[in-house]
Design a protein. Structure first.
Length: 338
């Protein structure tokens, strides 16, 4: 898609808009909506998991509300996995606490929570009970899902040398594939440091400081790996950012590119997308779309359709009205669908 356009020109509201359908914080994220609408294919892992690269500069802060549940029940929140021996903090039992003791503790806690639920009728009590049980099951499912020791040397070579280092974008791509194989509904990867107001040629072209090198090969490898394993036709891969960069230079210390919301590019693969096509075009400067403009809400509506959901029907009642990911806008882009 070469004709994406959005509404917010600064990072925080723009990425919040892309992830939640609204510029202000507090709405459910896309992954939370999908967890709410589709449920899970694996009762032992969260339906929505987030992976944040450690091999990118932190010039753009990321907030947990980008994968939060908003006003949806809290069990739909995205769970962030971290690199290393403890992907989820506090998942293992403390020293001296056996699995049997933990099970007894959770059973006793469930009795107390059930009494509280009968008294208050607060749905969040049920949500917390469900999350406690999920955490107990994750004590065995997460170590297995995140253990890449059995991955072949050919797989690591496919994703690139950095894929052997936990927490890199390439390693997260392998982990994303493993999670998808195990029935996780929505896996979201974040890789920062694209805000190149100056020195863009260095950031995008130098071997030691190259966002493209960090992401291009692993992204292509993920699509190829999914396809050869028979997973791509059922897995929708989406790659892009909250907005684009201006086609003209921005004369700071060294030439860079400013934020650009009127026309930018994203790509999609698998999951029912019509293959082998480029949709949309811009004027000769690359500034405005001149064919097939696609708004963020249009893309969100299309993503939901590709995953079997009607964006007009996937709603949740909160504070007296029905809310949805696409708010009061959005149209399905039929040309994107096979």
């Amino acid at each position: 898609i070469k004709s994406m356009h959005t509404e917010a020109i600064n990072h925080d509201p723009a990425i919040t808009f892309f992830c939640t359908g609204h510029q202000q914080a507090g709405r459910p994220s896309m992954g939370a909506w999908l967890s709410y609408g589709l449920g899970s294919d694996n009762a032992n892992l969260p339906a929505f998991i987030v992976l944040v690269s450690k091999d990118a500069n932190r010039d753009q802060p990321l907030y947990s509300r980008l994968w939060g549940p908003g006003f949806l029940p809290s069990q739909h929140q995205g769970v962030q996995f971290r690199p290393g021996a403890e992907p989820v903090l506090y998942l293992t039992n403390p020293e001296g606490v056996s699995p049997h003791t933990r099970r007894q503790m959770l059973d006793s806690l469930a009795e107390l929570n059930a009494d509280q639920q009968r008294t208050t009728l607060d749905p969040e009590v049920s949500a917390r009970m469900a999350q406690a049980e999920m955490a107990f099951r994750m004590q065995t499912s997460v170590p297995e899902a995140t253990d890449v020791s059995a991955e072949s040397a050919e797989t690591f070579d496919l994703y690139g040398p950095s894929s052997r280092t936990p927490g890199t974008y390439a390693a997260n791509c392998i982990l994303a594939r493993r999670l998808l194989e195990r029935g996780v509904r929505f896996v979201q990867l974040y890789h920062t440091d694209w805000d190149h107001h100056g020195n863009a040629d260095t950031h995008l072209g130098q071997p030691l400081d190259d966002r493209c090198a960090e992401t291009d090969r692993p992204s292509a490898a993920l699509v190829r790996d999914l396809k050869r394993r028979g997973l791509l036709e059922d897995t929708l891969v989406i790659w892009g950012g909250e907005f684009g960069r201006t086609p003209m230079g921005e004369p700071r210390d060294l030439i860079g590119r400013d934020h650009h919301i009127d026309a930018f590019t994203m790509w999609l693969a698998g999951g029912g997308v019509r293959t082998g096509q480029t949709l949309g075009s811009t004027d000769e400067l690359g500034y405005y779309p001149v064919a097939d403009p696609i708004h963020v809400h249009d893309l969100q509506a299309t993503i939901l359709r590709l995953l079997g959901l009607d964006h007009l029907q996937l709603t949740y009642r909160f504070q007296g009205r029905e809310f949805r990911l696409t708010d009061v806008a959005g149209r399905v882009v039929d040309r994107l669908i096979a």
